[in-house]
Unconditional design. Structure first.
Length: 631
């Protein structure tokens, strides 16, 4: 065959080039059958046909199957039903006589049309004759973005993300929420956070539905409520109203975990009553991870008497009952029950455990075995590893994702959820999450031993260019962390150097050498040069390029800082370093507002600005080092 295999992502299970012949695109009539299985597809067709018209330069339209065939020169796009195919599966045929799609359900037909869009991008004038037979390895393939640790994307940015996820055949989206929803009775909590409103959720839910993505409500309801419990009105609900501290030194001057009490239950009832009805999904995620203080404050005696695991499960079950009243199947983070699985079978029957872990060697297999033995439905939740790293932990992310996808298939997990957190300022731009998002799209749909196919496909379909330079530079940036001998969990040492105040910089550099930093610096400069000259043709190309280059220059500033300290033992920033950091902060603020709301920006920027101020020792119950092992 003269035609090479097309760069599709995710790569289909079976793709056959049936002949050397090619057929020119012409105007296309889409003939939909009357079967009800396609009713939910019709609202999606207008946007799909618009994309296809732009790519092929030909007119695409839907016609009623009862109508007489229109212009005989028009090609036909025929869609028909085959109940024998698996859920979401499709067959796609590009032939001389036209195009046909066979699917069991509307979701399968939609996935086929997304593949057709990618083929039209690759072959804008003539298409080769192709047969594709495709189906997903895992039915539920989700992505979760943190919108509570400072960064709340604009609605425009979220819609662009949804379009990208749909193209990559994800079918679930979660917006991790603590306080960034405009609850009608809780303005004190969200007033400076640029929260999503009820109207925003309804708009996003409808937008997702038309793209066969389920927008699953995600609202933490047990731990990670420090943005609520810091306010006097909510402190009575806290396990430790006056603050807490772990043995490793991490803590807060206010609570982060609810006291499992009737008052807390009533509070949760109130916020879920307002939040859950906005979503058409029959699922929700109630959080429940890392309730650090549980058993150390007001529930100490009860936990000693009944056992901490039992107290935890009892309260999770109560929250699940509230969510269940809205006919929701309830997801929750499974870290606590996996610490002591003795009573895991006491969980409510409508609960699904979200088994999360973000390191390359995370023990997913042992945790899968525990969940299977306990007969608890579960997802596996790997991570992008872009938080606290500015995209430099890609090797960890790829291994983590591959492991989760492989084991999800082996142990029949209910789904997979790629998590993208925003700890400690959410400084990473969305573009740095592109590589793990694309790799996970392939692994979640069709887990295969990958070469660089997905990198080239990302370049072609997301950056809309045949020049792979930018995508390859992103991969090289993701491998920067591999050159360092020290590999702390959940963060890059370079970002630790970047954000650590003068008084603690010696600790940040304790296991790093000048040679390592000089090697990193040289590589970062090469990557920046690649980014500068790379061709990009996507609509947001200037924003993407500027964001990634700024991230690289933050890392270069950190390496320069580390080298200077190790050479001279001078902790204080030089005036030149202060000036350079100030300029980087100004660019950061501008780029943030290019695709995110203003709420949270000041708090995020303070992580940088505090380096320009004299060191002030925090209160005794506020951690300096090490950082939390939270998401």
């Amino acid at each position: 065959m003269s035609n090479p295999q097309p760069l599709l992502i995710p790569r289909p299970r079976t793709l056959i080039l049936t002949a050397d012949d090619e057929t020119e695109w012409s105007c296309v009539n889409c003939c939909l059958p009357f079967e009800s299985f396609l009713h939910s597809l019709e609202p999606s067709l207008s946007a799909i046909f618009q994309q296809l018209e732009i790519l092929t330069g030909k007119h695409w339209q839907q016609i009623n199957t009862a109508e007489s065939p229109q212009n005989h020169l028009n090609q036909q796009l025929l869609i028909r039903n085959d109940p024998s195919l698996p859920p979401q599966a499709y067959d796609l045929y590009l032939e001389k006589k036209g195009i046909s799609i066979v699917s069991r359900d509307a979701a399968g037909a939609y996935h086929a049309l997304q593949t057709l869009i990618q083929l039209a991008r690759i072959y804008p004038e003539k298409y080769p004759h192709i047969q594709i037979h495709d189906s997903p390895a895992v039915l539920n393939r989700g992505y979760m973005i943190d919108i509570s640790r400072n960064k709340v994307p604009t609605i425009k940015s979220l819609k662009a993300l949804i379009d990208q996820l749909a193209s990559l055949k994800y079918n679930q989206l979660q917006l991790y929420t603590e306080h960034t929803f405009a609850f009608s009775k809780h303005k004190t909590v969200w007033k400076d956070a640029s929260p999503l409103t009820s109207e925003d959720i309804l708009e996003l839910d409808a937008y997702c539905t038309q793209r066969f993505i389920e927008l699953i409500p995600n609202l933490n309801t047990f731990g990670h409520l420090e943005r609520w419990l810091r306010h006097p009105a909510y402190r009575p609900l806290a396990e430790c109203p006056n603050g807490w501290q772990r043995p490793d030194g991490y803590g807060m001057p206010w609570g982060s975990t609810l006291h499992p009490s009737p008052e807390s239950e009533n509070f949760i009832q109130g916020i879920l009553d307002e939040y859950l009805p906005l979503f058409t999904s029959n699922q929700c995620n109630i959080g429940g991870d890392e309730p650090w203080e549980l058993g150390t404050g007001r529930s100490r005696e009860r936990c000693e008497r009944e056992g901490k695991s039992n107290v935890y499960i009892d309260f999770i079950n109560r929250i699940a009952k509230i969510a269940g009243s809205y006919k929701k199947n309830v997801q929750f983070w499974a870290d606590i029950i996996l610490e002591n699985p003795t009573h895991i079978t006491d969980l409510a029957p409508n609960l699904t455990g979200m088994v999360w872990g973000y390191e390359a060697i995370h023990p997913f297999e042992d945790q899968c075995k525990t969940m299977v033995q306990s007969k608890i439905p579960f997802y596996l939740a790997p991570g992008t590893s872009t938080w606290n790293s500015l995209g430099t932990r890609l090797t960890t992310a790829l291994t983590n994702i591959e492991s989760a996808a492989r084991l999800a298939t082996k142990y029949h997990a209910a789904g997979l959820l790629l998590t993208d957190w925003g700890d400690y300022g959410h400084h990473q731009p969305m573009s740095l999450s592109g590589p793990p998002i694309h790799f996970a799209a392939q692994q979640f749909w069709n887990p295969i031993e990958e070469d660089n196919h997905w990198v080239l496909a990302m370049s072609r379909h997301t950056f809309e260019t045949n020049d792979p330079t930018f995508a390859q530079a992103l991969i090289r940036l993701g491998q920067i962390n591999d050159t360092l001998n020290t590999q702390p969990p959940n963060r890059s040492p370079l970002v630790t150097i970047l954000l650590t105040h003068d008084e603690r910089i010696d600790e940040a550099l304790e296991h790093i050498s000048i040679l390592e930093l000089e090697t990193v610096e040289t590589e970062l400069q090469k990557i920046r040069s690649m980014m500068t000259i790379a061709q990009l043709h996507c609509d947001d190309r200037e924003q993407i390029r500027a964001e990634v280059i700024l991230s690289i220059e933050f890392l270069l500033w950190a390496t320069d800082r580390g080298i200077l300290y190790l050479q001279s033992d001078t902790k204080s920033l030089t005036q030149q370093q202060r000036n350079e950091l100030t300029e980087l902060i100004i660019r950061f603020e501008t780029l943030w507002l290019g695709c995110n709301c203003s709420g949270g920006l000041d708090e995020s920027v303070q992580r940088f600005k505090r380096l320009l101020l004299p060191f002030v020792k925090p209160a005794s119950n506020t951690a300096l080092w090490p950082p939390s092992l939270e998401h």
